[in-house]
Ligand binder design. Structure first.
Ligand SMILES: Nc1ncnc2c1ncn2[C@@H]1O[C@H](COP(=O)(O)OP(=O)(O)OP(=O)(O)O)[C@@H](O)[C@H]1O
Ligand SMILES: [Mg+2]
Length: 329
């Protein structure tokens, strides 16, 4: 049965003690209205971090005001409570809390992503400053010397050649440095060639520099379209995992596999996932190892996208597994 809509103004709490028309009206209203199954009271007087529902079976009367006649404080409004609704409310409370935690976790991740970006920017700024600076300085010195030689009526060919060679060397170094920095900013060829080709090129580079280590790669044909963000993330995961293996593992074999995966339990966004697994047969984590920028950056990035990272070290080396959501913006 639907109840009528009634507006009851705030009034003064002493209304209940006074013989006034407003009191008589409210009392008669109580007698006329059908008895409700439950009353929901929405209050802004109760401070909680997230919207919460009280589950008290018999809520106590709280007098949160001062300076009124004593008789008012003796009045109690006995509300019977609704146990079945209370159970429902407990579930609602839990949901609200989980939601609150998820919002907080998202905020924390966003802040962490910004600080990681800052760290990366600082790193790039440092490289530009510390590494470009000296090369440019040396180049200027050699060009200055060449200019001075050009002033003389018969420039010494040997000296010119020496400075020319030095200039070439510096330019080569600068080219490699530029490539390294560009690679950090955005993997070369990923957008142009696609994930498979770009990964192929990355693996070929490692193969050429470390032919003694065998790298086996399986990219599942059923992986399908992954999307730009997922491509970049998968590439970064493989890049960091391989760099770690070559830096820390002393492995002779590496297996890289990328395949579609079932969404993790609890995920409701309906998007597909790719499981990136990199295993090595190296010596595993040292007992005193600590996550550096590489693994923590990767973990934060994956969490921010709704994915996950697992790294396990055993007798037979390290296995890194990354769940990468596909089709994320
Ligand atoms: N495949 C591996 N085998 C053995 N140890 C590893 C492996 N991968 C990582 N580690 C250990 O975990 C640590 C953390 O790795 P992480 O990539 O976070 O940092 P890093 O490689 O030391 O530095 P960077 O921030 O430049 O990546 C490494 O220092 C190393 O001790
Ligand atoms: Mg690393």
């Amino acid at each position: 049965m639907s109840m009528p809509t009634i507006f009851v103004s705030h009034g003064s709490p002493t209304l209940i003690l006074e013989d006034v028309p407003a009191r008589a009206f409210l009392a008669s209203l109580g007698r006329q209205l059908p008895r409700p199954k439950a009353i929901v009271a929405v209050s802004a007087h109760w401070d909680t971090d997230v919207p919460a529902v009280s589950t008290a079976h018999k809520p106590a009367t709280i007098h949160d005001f001062y300076g009124f006649p004593e008789a008012l404080y003796r009045l109690r409004y006995e509300a019977p409570g609704a146990p079945e609704l209370a159970a429902l409310c407990t579930r609602l409370n839990h949901l609200a809390m989980t939601l609150g935690e998820a919002v907080e976790e998202k905020r924390r991740l966003a802040a962490r992503a910004v600080s990681l970006q800052d760290i990366e920017r600082k790193e790039i700024a440092r490289e530009l400053h510390d590494e470009f600076g000296p090369y440019l300085f040396a180049l200027r010195a050699h060009v200055g010397a060449v200019m001075r030689l050009a002033e003389s009526p018969a420039p010494a060919a040997d000296a010119l050649r020496k400075h020319g060679n030095a200039i070439l060397e510096q330019v080569n170094e600068l080219q490699q440095l530029t490539r390294r920095i560009l690679e950090k900013l955005r993997p070369v060829g990923l957008a142009e060639l696609g994930l498979r080709e770009a990964l192929g090129a990355l693996l070929r580079l490692w193969n050429e520099s470390h032919p003694e280590v065998s790298i086996e790669t399986v990219i599942s044909p059923s992986l399908g379209e992954t999307g730009e963000t997922a491509d970049l993330t998968i590439y970064r995961v493989v890049q960091e995992a391989l760099t770690n293996v070559f830096r820390h593992a002393e492995a002779t074999e590496i297996n890289v596999s990328i395949a579609p995966a079932k969404p993790p339990s609890g995920s409701q966004d309906g998007c597909g996932y790719a499981l990136v697994r990199v295993c090595d047969n190296g010596r595993g984590f040292r007992p005193d190892h600590k996550f550096g920028l590489g693994l923590s950056g990767m973990r934060e990035r994956l969490l921010a996208l709704g994915g996950a990272l697992n790294v396990a070290s055993g007798e037979h080396g390290v296995t890194l597994e990354a769940m990468v959501p596909m089709g994320a913006p």
